[in-house]
Design a protein around this ligand. Structure first.
Ligand code: DSN
Length: 451
């Protein structure tokens, strides 16, 4: 068999082990309800763009200014992604090359901060992200982190506390955004606080980008110097990220008077050559496709439905005895205090729900200080690996077509699992109910299985 023949042979023939694993993953997704708040299902068009010859190209640099030849086609796809991203958020500038959300945050920090500078960001244990200053992450190692938290009683960010901390610590960066917070953010207020202390304001909207782009949540762009986001959550694009920013540096005179480049140029420089080499051109093409979808009116309807579904799900859970952080949700996600609700740890809840084909993730939630209790396995509850909560969200199920009535069904199934988390019979029976529900909402029906 010649080399060219091999190149044109199906994966099922060349690598059945990987092909089978891909088939199994498709089946797992089809036969369960995906409630991980940061996940979604991309369209066939996005999948198609990802699986293309664009993966073969090297295109370090930016459209019109590349370090390799033959980039005139890649320029087309990258420019489409950039223009559509700018339009989605009303942004002056977009860099669509970041490989992932953590890289985008690093590239943004490297643009405006120096090691040792102070960042005011949401505490990881209260819903922040690793890159917002966790001690085990580069952000916590490189910068002086001042965390703000969630009020344990209300489950909400106290903006007066954010202001007090800003006045006291004079951060160079005020960071808004989260990984697990069920309420809206007041970006305008964050900006006012940042201005009061001559700080930059950056929003990491990875979770709510789709809601922001469609006006279902306040758009941070007018109130931020920089906005970062992943592209695969509520934006429903390929795995990856992007950075949006203003053209000029509002604080240039204070922090970098001799700097020749404007903010947009510095962001680009920080992505390449600062922290990345060749961009993933197949992923950038898929970002362009997803952003094109996001600009259509149906995407606004979809985003509105995400929130409607989340509200019904939250109400069903609360009506059936579950304690939610902040007693509800305004966005796509909610946090169940499973310890308070069912004396079940986050880890036990995630495992039990997995067995019932309901996919979620354990999550830290704000709890009063005190001695850590033990779960039914004798493990301490309240640690990052065995926290007191789980996080669930509705973006993926909404894409799949589930609406309010199904949210009630799924909510009751979750309650049944949590209240019987160690009863294998109940878990099996719920998994059968979930399978029946899934059959009514086929996932990727035309995609087929690799054979
Ligand atoms: N891992 C993502 C999430 O689940 O929120 C954030 O990076």
């Amino acid at each position: 068999m010649g080399i060219m023949t091999d190149m044109m042979t199906d994966i099922t023939k060349t690598d059945p082990e990987v092909a089978n694993a891909i088939n199994e993953e498709l089946k797992r997704a089809q036969d369960g309800v995906e409630m991980i708040a940061s996940e979604n299902f991309v369209s066939k068009a996005v999948l198609q763009a990802m699986g293309t010859v664009l993966t073969n190209k090297y295109s370090e640099g930016y459209p019109g200014h590349r370090y390799y030849g033959g980039n005139e086609i890649v320029d087309i796809t990258e420019n489409l992604a950039i223009e559509r991203a700018k339009k989605l958020f009303g942004a002056a500038h977009a860099n669509v090359q970041p490989h992932a959300g953590s890289q985008a945050n690093m590239q943004a920090y490297f643009t405006i901060l120096k090691p040792g500078d102070t960042i005011l960001g949401l505490n990881l244990a209260h819903g922040g992200h690793l890159t917002h200053g966790s001690p085990v992450n580069f952000s916590g190692k490189m910068y002086n982190i001042v965390p703000y938290g969630i009020d344990v009683e209300t489950g909400r960010i106290n903006m007066d506390e954010v202001r007090e901390l800003a006045q006291k610590h004079r951060p160079k960066l005020v960071l808004s955004g989260f990984s697990a917070y069920p309420r809206t953010l007041d970006f305008k207020k964050f900006r006012e606080i940042a201005e009061e202390v001559d700080a930059y304001h950056m929003a990491d909207i990875a979770h709510i980008a789709g809601l922001c782009a469609t006006g279902v949540h306040q758009n941070p762009m007018p109130y931020c110097d920089i906005v970062t986001t992943t592209t695969h959550k509520t934006l429903r694009g390929p795995r990856g990220a992007m950075i949006l920013c203003q053209e000029e540096d509002r604080l240039k005179d204070k922090y970098c008077p001799d700097e020749k480049k404007n903010l947009a140029q510095r962001i680009d420089f920080s992505v390449f050559p600062g922290t990345q080499g060749g961009p993933l051109d197949h992923i950038i093409a898929a970002k362009a496709v997803a952003f094109g979808e996001d600009l259509r009116p149906e995407f606004k309807t979809y985003s509105e439905q995400i929130v409607k579904n989340a509200k019904v799900l939250a109400q069903t859970l609360m009506d059936n005895g579950m304690k939610l952080v902040s007693d509800g949700t305004d966005n796509h996600l909610m946090l169940i205090d499973v310890w308070a609700s069912s004396r079940c740890s986050g880890k036990e809840a995630e495992l039990a729900l997995d067995k019932a084909h309901i996919y979620t993730n354990k999550n830290m939630i704000p709890t009063p200080e005190g001695e850590l209790p033990l779960d039914s396995r004798g493990k301490k509850v309240g640690t990052p690996f065995n926290p007191t909560g789980i996080r669930i969200g509705t973006p993926a199920l909404t894409t799949r077509g589930l609406r309010e009535p199904e949210m009630e069904t799924v909510g009751k199934a979750i309650v049944k699992v949590l209240n019987n988390f160690s009863d294998e019979g109940v878990l099996r029976s719920v998994s059968q109910d979930i399978l029946e529900l899934c059959k009514k909402f086929p996932l990727y029906p035309g995609l087929g299985i690799l054979r």
